[in-house]
Write a protein that binds this ligand. Structure first.
Ligand SMILES: [Zn+2]
Length: 255
């Protein structure tokens, strides 16, 4: 059922370009509005409010060399998008508690109703000198999701529709689709975070250590990590988008 203020997404928008916040608000009103992998448009436009939030995450991360996260939700008036205050995580990860703190703060402020309004999150990746990839510390980590990032998007237990990452000048978004399993924890082989990480990093040529990953094969590189992102997206029906700072998001072909 659609409310009187229901947002409508046209076929033209699906075929060409769609406003990211408009799509998220539509999902907040009706989770059934989730697009199939074929329906996701080539371009998702970034409205000024989202640009501002992405810039803020980028600046905070440069200064502090740790990851920051923000919660994206429908606002209290149910008419726009609400971004929580950016919360600092660890240098290499956002502990689950930090995400819950951000959600709890937003709920206390009366801004979101859990499950109904929570839409997803955006976090930053710090420069590579604090990267999870141990031998490459003087470079900059290009925009790739960690295996753990994508694992959390495959457990739709608190309403995540999407995840965004800001890495230097690059930004990367992954959206669930109608082909994405509701909850990967029903898959006995890859349900746990650890098994999922081991499986995908070893396919990309890396070994997982407690404080990062190390290359095991000569082909283990940023390229193989990016290919891992593409393979995970293909396997679980995620739509991947990439863009530079200040520009819109372009769909990544998964061929
Ligand atoms: Zn991450």
């Amino acid at each position: 059922m659609e409310s009187s203020t229901g947002i409508v997404i046209s076929e033209k928008e699906k075929a060409n370009s769609l406003d990211t916040e408009k799509y998220l608000l539509r999902l907040a009103q009706d989770p059934e509005a989730l697009l199939s992998p074929e329906e996701y448009p080539d371009v998702l436009t970034i409205p000024p409010t989202l640009h501002k939030k992405l810039d803020e995450l980028k600046k905070l991360t440069k200064r502090n060399v740790r990851e920051f996260t923000t919660i994206v939700a429908q606002n209290a008036q149910r008419s726009g998008i609400y971004y929580s205050t950016a919360m600092p995580g660890e240098p290499l990860s956002i502990p689950f508690e930090v995400k819950w703190d951000a959600i709890a703060n937003a709920m206390q402020a009366g801004d979101i109703r859990l499950f109904d309004d929570y839409l997803g999150s955006i976090h930053s990746h710090p420069p590579l000198r604090k990267s999870r990839i141990l031998p490459f510390r003087r470079l900059f980590d290009p925009g790739t999701f960690s295996a753990g990032d994508l694992h959390s998007l495959l457990q739709r237990n608190i309403g995540d529709h999407f995840m965004g990452v800001v890495a230097g000048d690059e930004k990367l978004f992954a959206f669930r689709s109608t082909h994405t399993p509701l909850d990967i924890s029903t898959d006995p082989d890859l349900a746990s975070f650890d098994k999922f990480e081991q499986h995908w990093y070893s396919r990309a040529g890396f070994h997982v250590l407690e404080n990062g990953i190390v290359p095991l094969r000569p082909d283990a590189s940023f390229t193989s990590l990016w290919e891992m992102n593409v393979e995970i997206a293909k396997t679980y029906g995620l739509a991947l988008y990439k863009g530079q700072a200040g520009s819109d998001l372009h769909r990544v072909p998964l061929k």
